[in-house]
Ligand binder design. Structure first.
Ligand code: URA
Length: 211
């Protein structure tokens, strides 16, 4: 997909999400929160579900957890404006309760399409609901911060910033994990460059080596 095609596909998806009635959360939301960021982003962050601030503004991670996420992004050498951020659920569960299986299922296709459209090099999961999508039956305390490569994409499960915000020991761990994300990104970019189909010019001086 060209960037223009990606933008058109994401805009179509956003329209569908904003008018979605696939589950009961449609009745209690103020705004749906499809996600945001450049469609050409190399890194996609997937959280759990919108909270009160996100519901009010229709944007992901704009509350306290969002401010902490901005700090974490900086630790990874990233700016918010260069990453794509979305959630497993696009609507706020009342009282910020945990997502229900039926709600996750109703929203599944939206997240699948976002991944297909953005086609990120690295997916970072924030919290257990998005981790479960890619690392079923695993424990976050065992696998947090460890990148796994599947095909041409890297997946990195992280603690949820909201959990880490309130627990000092987790806070240090998640900051460390985000610092290490910079290395994952470097490795992923290098691997992508090495399989690039673009013909690399060989300087004339080196060509003699193959005579
Ligand atoms: N927590 C999430 O998981 N997502 C948001 O968008 C905000 C808080």
């Amino acid at each position: 997909m060209t960037p223009d095609e990606k933008r058109a596909a994401i805009e179509q998806l956003e329209r569908e999400v904003r008018s979605c009635t696939r589950c009961a959360l449609a009745a209690t939301r103020t705004n749906a929160v499809p996600g945001e960021g450049p469609v050409t982003a190399e890194v996609m962050f997937i959280g759990e579900a919108p909270g009160a601030n996100e519901d009010r503004l229709g944007r992901p991670f704009v509350g306290q957890a969002g401010a902490f996420l901005d700090e974490l992004l900086a630790a990874a050498g990233l700016r918010r404006s260069e990453v794509y951020i979305c959630n497993v659920l696009k609507c706020r569960p009342p009282g910020n309760r945990d997502p229900l299986p039926g709600e996750i299922e109703a929203c599944r296709d939206y997240l699948d399409r976002q991944i297909a459209i953005v086609d990120p090099l690295v997916i970072v999961t924030l919290g257990r609901y998005s981790m479960a999508r890619f690392f079923p039956n695993q424990s976050i305390s065992k696998i947090h911060g460890k990148a796994r490569q599947v095909g041409t994409r890297w997946y990195v499960p992280m603690y949820h910033p909201a959990a880490a915000l309130h627990q000092q020991s987790l806070r240090e761990t998640i900051v460390e994990d985000f610092r290490a994300l910079a290395d994952v990104l470097r490795a992923a970019r290098a691997a992508r460059a090495s399989r690039s189909p673009e013909p690399r010019e060989v300087p004339a001086s080196q060509m003699r080596l193959f005579d």
